[in-house]
Design a protein around this ligand. Structure first.
Ligand SMILES: Cc1ncc(COP(=O)(O)O)c(C=O)c1O
Length: 426
């Protein structure tokens, strides 16, 4: 068969784009070469509905090995009893947990999307807000911190079946103990969606949710630095306290309900090639080098936050505990949309983001979100954050000066040549 040069030429251009730019999208990262190599493998040809040792297809004895390895490594990373590595994405992982424990119309309580939450935590345009009845807590207007008083008050008033913690644009750690306490009081399950800070939690740099939250979900491609995908985890399996039954009316262990909610509940055949890549990434996370990487992520985020603060930028909550920060640009007289656009002129990639109590729409926004997981994988250290912040500030404070943007772009491209990305790819 003739090589599809059209597609491969486009892929090559994406490699060049990634190489020359500063990648600050908080949900992105650069996997290792071996993670990518593991993903492009013959297991994409294999159907394997079911789970290792109990499949609906023949010929699964080899893919069973990689899937079991991925499960075992994930359990070792977080010291947990249950892991499902089949969700195709973070959204699928959340959908499966909700399918396992909720009935349509049940009340759920999550962090408001406009305050840093995620679409799958109850947004009206998402399955979670359409199938279930969503309610939200927020962050304080003054301090930008999760308003736990509000969370507790809403939980007591609504008595939701599920309380969701975790976020897409929140730079602080969580009080899982407090959330579990009110959940127990009102008879709710707690799900922590650690898609963003999972890598930091894996290495003990942020609090662990596992002792306090019944279910923990994550993506695998952000701070965990694996292939795109999702996972569901539980510290301990348990017989469900609210008498949840399967479709045949049998009382089941949570692990059974969770497995069934992934397959056949929300997915068909698992992506065994991606699961092989998850296994490789989880193996990397178990090494001491991954601790060094995550420590550097935290140091870089703090150095970047300080550099922004020194230039008069307002970081929501005043700083960061994790790998990201959300900046309110209102005192800089530029919208998030415009900021995203002009930064792109200089090969700096970031995303506009609503800030708490934003007066602009989600399409315009007053904020921008920056994350350092990807640039840390490129090899940047604290001392490099000043260059990055200076470049961003120059572009944002001269938002209509395209000649200046071109100059900054050249400087950015030159700067990035020292952080070689995938040298093996030529
Ligand atoms: C907190 C959180 N949960 C879930 C997701 C969804 O992950 P995916 O895009 O893999 O479906 C994201 C994605 O950014 C996220 O930030």
């Amino acid at each position: 068969m003739q090589k599809d040069t059209v597609v491969f030429d486009i892929i090559r251009k994406e490699l060049e784009r990634q190489r020359r730019g500063i990648e600050l999208i908080a949900s992105e990262n650069f996997t290792s070469l071996q993670v990518m190599q593991a993903m492009g493998n013959v297991m994409t040809n294999k159907y394997a509905e079911g789970y290792p040792g109990r499949r609906y297809y023949g010929g699964c004895e080899i893919v069973d090995q990689t899937e079991q390895l991925a499960i075992d490594r994930l359990k070792a990373i977080f010291g947990i009893e249950y892991a499902n590595v089949q969700p195709h994405s973070g959204a699928q992982a959340n959908a499966a947990v909700m399918l396992a424990i909720l009935q349509p119309g049940d009340d759920i309580l999550g962090l408001d999307l406009s305050m840093g939450g995620h679409l799958t935590h109850g947004s009206a345009v998402n399955f979670s807000g359409k199938l279930y009845k969503p309610h939200f807590y927020g962050v304080g207007k003054e301090d930008g911190l999760v308003d736990y008083n509000m969370l507790e008050a809403k939980a007591r008033e609504i008595k939701p079946k599920l309380i969701i913690c975790g976020a897409s644009a929140y730079s602080r750690d969580w009080d899982y103990v407090r959330i579990r306490k009110v959940a127990d009081e009102v008879g709710a399950f707690v799900m922590a969606d650690i898609a963003h800070p999972a890598g930091l939690i894996a290495k003990g740099l942020l609090k662990s949710p596992f002792d306090h939250c019944h279910f923990v979900t994550s993506t695998t491609h952000k701070t965990l630095r694996g292939p795109r995908g999702g996972v569901i985890m539980m510290k301990k399996d348990f017989e469900n306290p609210f008498g949840l039954k399967d479709v045949k009316g049998n009382l089941r262990l949570m692990s059974n309900l969770m497995d069934m909610a992934v397959f056949p509940g929300t997915q068909g055949g698992p992506l065994e090639h991606v699961i092989a890549a998850k296994a490789v990434a989880f193996g990397e996370i178990l090494t001491p080098e991954f601790l060094t990487y995550q420590q550097q992520v935290q140091k870089n985020a703090q150095a970047m936050a300080k550099a922004f603060t020194d230039k008069g930028y307002q970081i929501i909550s005043g700083g960061t505990d994790n790998h990201l920060m959300l900046i309110d640009l209102r005192n800089k007289n530029i919208s998030g949309k415009k900021a995203e656009q002009v930064l792109e002129h200089a090969d700096i990639t970031a995303n506009k983001n609503m800030v708490p109590y934003d007066d602009k729409s989600a399409f315009v926004t007053s904020g921008v979100r920056f994350g350092v997981a990807a640039i840390t994988s490129r090899g940047m250290k604290e001392s490099d954050m000043q260059f990055v912040v200076n470049a961003i500030d120059t572009v944002l404070m001269n938002a209509d000066d395209e000649a200046l943007h071109r100059k900054v772009k050249q400087e950015v491209n030159e700067f990035m040549t020292q952080f070689v990305l995938y040298p093996e790819m030529g």
